[in-house]
Design a protein around this ligand. Structure first.
Ligand code: G3P
Ligand code: CA
Length: 257
């Protein structure tokens, strides 16, 4: 999963559909995920948060304001309140009635299908419950967890070492460079014992890093391609794992490495 066998010749990129296919369907909805799967996504990326009453739902922002017809922080709303919301209409009337997915619903939809779920832990203290729900669904071998929080990743692989994890690195996110680089180095050290990787923003990625990770046999996913020129340039440099809003770039013109 997070690793691929050394010396494997990767015939084509391993593509993650970021929040589904937000260029074609409302982000983080079941309609978007199904579309991503139908367009041939290798991985589907998604964001987890906890409701007021302790259920895991899928949403990127900490409030429901941008993507639904509701208002307020996810943490201040119950699951029932969140499930009343329309998560499709703002994108387009044809998606009216789409609901904010629960994590369980998302897992069930793709259980046993040929796709990896790239699950970002956005909330604090969500690791244990997320891993429990993954185990209950019998999907330990179909998921990768990722987070910007090193502590969350360490907690995750200590709770369940078999589940691959990816530390999200970017030169651009808040925090001092030296602290982030130290975390990234620690993560690489953990990689000798655990199935861990670094998922760096593509803007913080350069050829040597890509080659280094390939030599180590680690699959690194890079986020988030929203412009086609860098998408194609980076693939030409040898980048294997793009995370993108535009699955159609791949189906329009399959790219060989
Ligand atoms: O997959 C990584 C990427 O999703 C991180 O950024 O803000 O889109 O969650 P964000
Ligand atoms: Ca994300």
């Amino acid at each position: 999963l997070a690793k691929y066998p050394k010396n494997t010749i990767v015939q084509r990129p391993i593509v993650a559909a970021h929040r589904g296919v937000p260029s074609m369907a409302p982000e983080n909805t079941m309609a978007g995920y199904r579309l991503a799967y139908d367009l041939g996504a290798d991985q589907i990326e998604t964001d987890l948060q906890l409701t007021k009453d302790g259920h895991i739902i899928i949403m990127h922002d900490t409030t429901v304001d941008r993507t639904t017809n509701g208002k307020g922080a996810v943490r201040d709303l119950t699951l029932e309140e969140i499930r009343q919301l329309d998560a499709g209409s703002k994108f387009g009337e044809e998606f009216a009635g789409e609901k904010v997915p629960t994590f369980k619903e998302f897992l069930q939809e793709f259980k046993g299908k040929d796709v990896i779920l790239l699950i970002e832990l956005k909330d604090v203290d969500i690791e244990e419950q997320a891993i429990r729900e993954i185990k209950e669904a019998g999907m330990v071998d179909q998921v990768v967890l990722q987070s910007f929080d090193l502590g969350s990743m360490v907690k995750s692989f200590e709770l369940h070492p078999e589940i691959p994890v990816g530390y999200l690195y970017s030169a651009a996110v808040p925090g001092t460079q030296s602290a982030k680089i130290k975390n990234a180095q620690k993560m690489m050290d953990y990689g000798t014992n655990y199935n861990v990787t670094l998922n760096a923003s593509y803007g913080s990625t350069y050829k040597e890093f890509i080659q280094y990770m390939r030599q180590r046999g680690m699959l690194t996913m890079h986020w988030t391609f929203r412009e086609e020129a860098p998408f194609r340039d980076k693939l030409a440099e040898g980048l294997i794992g793009p995370i993108t809003d535009y699955m159609q770039w791949l189906t329009d013109s399959p790219i060989n490495l």
